[in-house]
Design a protein around this ligand. Structure first.
Ligand code: MRU
Length: 340
């Protein structure tokens, strides 16, 4: 049975739902040191931009707890080293560095290690609480955009599993359902790691929200058939000129624009990066094995290279609106959150 949160603090360290095992198995794991948490982030046991923000925050609190056991004069150095490791665990989602830096700044203001560790944990807990509250506010702003009876296409997992709870894109859907709307969801499977078919379908079906999974390349055809009313996705980083999200998002945005279907991005302020244009950002490239094997079988000849970008860039020209906790951001996208 899933608890109220995707990621949490407990006596032994940072607890999380091991997402690579879903939907076959629901398992909770506890990361009792920062190396294990970094591994969990890199293996996508915990993933999704806001959840990574919370993971980064709890990670610094964990580093403080461990550093308290070492020499007092090494406290700051070891917490700083752990923070650097966490920050660079995955490069694209800005929330990870945001969560790490927010807790680290609290730690650096305090000279007493025990006090710094206590304040780090309080700060991390409030980041997790705020995340849930923020998602609910995104949800209530976004729910107003949905027709009373509609079919929404989404990509990857921008749900409760990608946040502390509730979700961003799926938070909009949950809030619309809570408001009495009749919402059906088309969940793109999201090759290669299937966050859409494994995770989005899992969490929505558990909530009793009608969800159907399609292969990614089926989306444009459903749009052509008039079966999609709008697209809602999450974001990993929103730069001054567009949005990074899971690979495949751009293709849905292009198709939605061609078919004149609204394309919404749901994201909290912590996903905004007003200091960068999209060209400045490193897009995570992942391993060959994610593409070249499936269910234990080789699917690409050994001599053939693969390219495995984890995220793509959607320019604002293809985005109808960004749904945030403070309301909508729309063309011409000159909102203060997007100003350097
Ligand atoms: O590689 P992942 O699973 O971390 O990618 C996640 C996504 O692309 C999500 O859509 C994004 O982080 C938004 S989550 C609210």
């Amino acid at each position: 049975m899933m608890r109220g949160r995707t990621i949490w603090w407990e006596e032994g360290g940072v607890g999380l739902i091991e997402q690579t095992l879903l939907p076959e198995e629901y398992r909770e794991v506890v990361c009792s040191d920062v190396h294990r948490l970094v591994q969990a982030i890199q293996r996508l046991e915990v993933r999704g931009a806001p959840a990574l923000g919370v993971a980064g925050a709890y990670g610094v609190a964990l580093a403080c707890k461990i550093a308290l056991e070492g020499p007092r004069d090494a406290f700051s150095r070891s917490v700083n080293e752990a923070a650097a490791m966490l920050r660079s665990a995955r490069p694209t989602a800005v929330n990870l560095a945001w969560g790490v830096d927010r807790v680290l700044s609290v730690v650096l203001q305090e000279s007493d290690p025990a006090e710094a560790a206590a304040r780090a944990l309080t700060c991390a807990e409030s980041i997790a609480d705020e995340d849930e509250e923020t998602c609910r506010r995104i949800g209530s702003h976004g729910a107003k955009l949905l027709p009373d009876d509609c079919t929404v296409l989404t990509h990857c997992n921008a749900g409760a599993l990608a946040c502390a709870a509730w979700g961003t894109a799926l938070g909009v859907i949950r809030s619309a359902v809570e408001a009495g709307k009749n919402v059906r969801v088309i969940s793109c499977e999201t090759r290669p790691l299937l966050q859409g078919s494994r995770l989005t379908a899992w969490e929505l079906s558990r909530d009793g929200i009608p969800v159907t999974t399609i292969i990614d390349s089926e989306a444009a055809y459903l749009m052509q058939r008039g079966e999609i009313d709008c697209v809602i996705v999450g974001a990993d980083r929103i730069c001054t000129d567009g949005v990074f999200n899971k690979i495949g998002t751009y293709m849905h945005a292009v198709s939605a624009s061609y078919h004149q279907i609204p394309f919404y991005v749901a994201a909290p302020r912590s996903t905004f990066d007003p200091m960068h244009r999209m060209v400045d950002i490193i897009v995570e490239e992942r391993g060959r094995e994610e593409i070249a094997s499936l269910f234990g079988r080789t699917t690409v000849p050994d001599a053939v290279p693969v390219v495995n970008y984890a995220f793509d860039k959607t320019p604002f020209s293809l985005v109808t609106a960004i749904i945030t906790e403070e309301g909508l951001i729309q063309k011409p996208f000159d909102h203060p959150w997007l100003m350097p």
